[in-house]
Design a protein around this ligand. Structure first.
Ligand SMILES: CC(C)(COP(=O)(O)OP(=O)(O)OC[C@H]1O[C@@H](n2cnc3c(N)ncnc32)[C@H](O)[C@@H]1OP(=O)(O)O)[C@@H](O)C(=O)NCCC(=O)NCCS
Length: 384
């Protein structure tokens, strides 16, 4: 490989690593499609459970299929006996993403068939993990704040159940609809970094728990799933809509900082998920009579979009920008934003794991060696 070839694929940009029937991300036109369906239609009409079925089975469910899947998810939502007790012994300072990564990995110890990679067993594990990750996330929030975890409600859908387990009260229809739309919008997204890492792990013939644990670790970074939390921290740092211009000029124009929640490796137009979440976050802000953060975020977006560098580099709001406002307004703690992203993405990751298994080859790229050559061995006593 030449220097030029290595530089051209830095960050694997524009490298096609395989084929998938799960989703199409059209970055130039700002379009996202799951198995043929436009994301805007799914966010408007489908529940998270319908999208889970779509991703795993390749078609929208009938009423009977949806009820069957919903019941199966409800039946799998409880954690194995003993897991909550172990979580109670974790240091309360542990971050929710680290807890999630650890507990998902730990679940494999409670599964006698963890290493059975047959399609039926992998489908069962996908269902079990999808059902249990909201329970882990909500339980950790309660444990670290000195409260008793709440058992999953066996009649609620996933969006409502998450809010119920987190707070101990029934969410209203507005709140459930915002979480449901968020989960639908984030459940799948082509060959992003965490999905790729799940597929790499699978390609070595490792198990579903290892693949999902890998993906959670990858999602945690601020350049990926961690960006929604960072975006909210940035809005707090700016503090007031009146400070937007000064903050941008002092931090972004000087090259010291990036606007978190803006820019994307693939989207060079507005992320279609950001458009839906902008309207959802406005609905939540109005419902809670707290437009402060929504107004600040829209002012910063507008100001940044007028900047010549942002125009030239095609930097638009991404999914994390307005999801931060929507989730904050819903009262979700900021460091639980990324775990909520993980809850949404388990169906997508597991669908990719199943797809990888269906036509696997070890993923093992190459690297261009640019280090020294032909050095002479020096005995340890002669090294300086
Ligand atoms: C998402 C992201 C990591 C994509 O990275 P990438 O495709 O590797 O793009 P690069 O980091 O090479 O950035 C390309 C250029 O745009 C600039 N840029 C990218 N995102 C920017 C942002 N949010 N604010 C300011 N400038 C940004 C970079 O400084 C770089 O400028 P340069 O060419 O003059 O050096 C990047 O846009 C980013 O860091 N965004 C903020 C974090 C975020 O929201 N992540 C969630 C993604 S869904």
């Amino acid at each position: 490989m030449t220097d030029k070839a290595a530089a051209a694929s830095k960050g694997l940009a524009n490298v096609v690593v395989g084929q998938s029937k799960l989703s199409l991300v059209n970055g130039a036109e700002g379009k996202l499609i799951y198995r043929g369906y436009k994301i805007e239609d799914l966010a408007e009409h489908a529940s998270f459970e319908e999208v889970i079925y779509l991703l795993w089975q390749g078609a929208l469910p009938t009423q009977f299929q949806l009820v069957t899947l919903t019941k199966a998810l409800q039946g799998e939502a409880s954690l194995p006996e003993g897991v909550i007790e172990i979580m109670k012994r974790f240091p309360h300072s542990a971050t929710p993403m680290s807890v999630l990564r650890t507990v998902v990995s730990m679940l494999s110890l409670y599964d006698a068939n963890a290493d059975d990679n047959s399609p039926a067993e992998n489908q069962r594990k996908a269902l079990s993990l999808t059902a249990k990750v909201p329970t882990i996330t909500a339980a950790w929030e309660r444990i670290r704040t000195g409260k008793e975890p709440i058992a999953p409600h066996h009649e609620l859908g996933m969006a409502a159940n998450f809010l119920y387990m987190l707070r101990g009260t029934m969410p209203d229809a507005n709140e459930t609809a915002v979480i449901d739309a968020y989960l639908v919008l984030l459940s799948e997204h082509g060959m992003n970094a965490s999905t790729f890492s799940a597929r790499v792990t699978t390609s070595t013939l490792s198990d579903m728990y290892s693949a999902i644990t890998t993906a959670i670790g990858t999602l945690k970074g601020a350049a990926h799933g961690g960006a929604n939390e960072e975006a909210m921290r940035m809005f707090f740092e700016i503090g007031e809509a009146a400070h937007v211009e000064t903050w941008f000029n002092e931090n972004v124009k000087t090259g010291k900082r990036r606007v978190m929640g803006m820019g994307h490796r693939v989207y060079k137009a507005l992320d279609p998920r950001a458009a839906v979440l902008k309207s959802k976050s406005r609905i939540m802000a109005e419902a809670t009579n707290n437009l402060k953060w929504y107004d600040l975020a829209s002012k910063l977006e507008k100001y940044a979009r007028q900047d010549e560098e942002f125009i030239k580099k095609n930097l638009y709001a991404n999914v994390d920008y307005y999801s931060a406002i929507a989730l904050y307004t819903l009262g979700i703690p900021m460091d639980q934003f990324t775990p909520l992203f993980a809850i949404a993405r388990i169906p997508g990751w597991s669908a990719h794991v199943l797809e990888q298994w269906a036509d696997n080859r070890l993923i093992r790229p190459d690297v261009e060696y640019v280090g020294p050559m032909d050095l002479e061995w020096v005995p340890i006593e002669k090294r300086s």
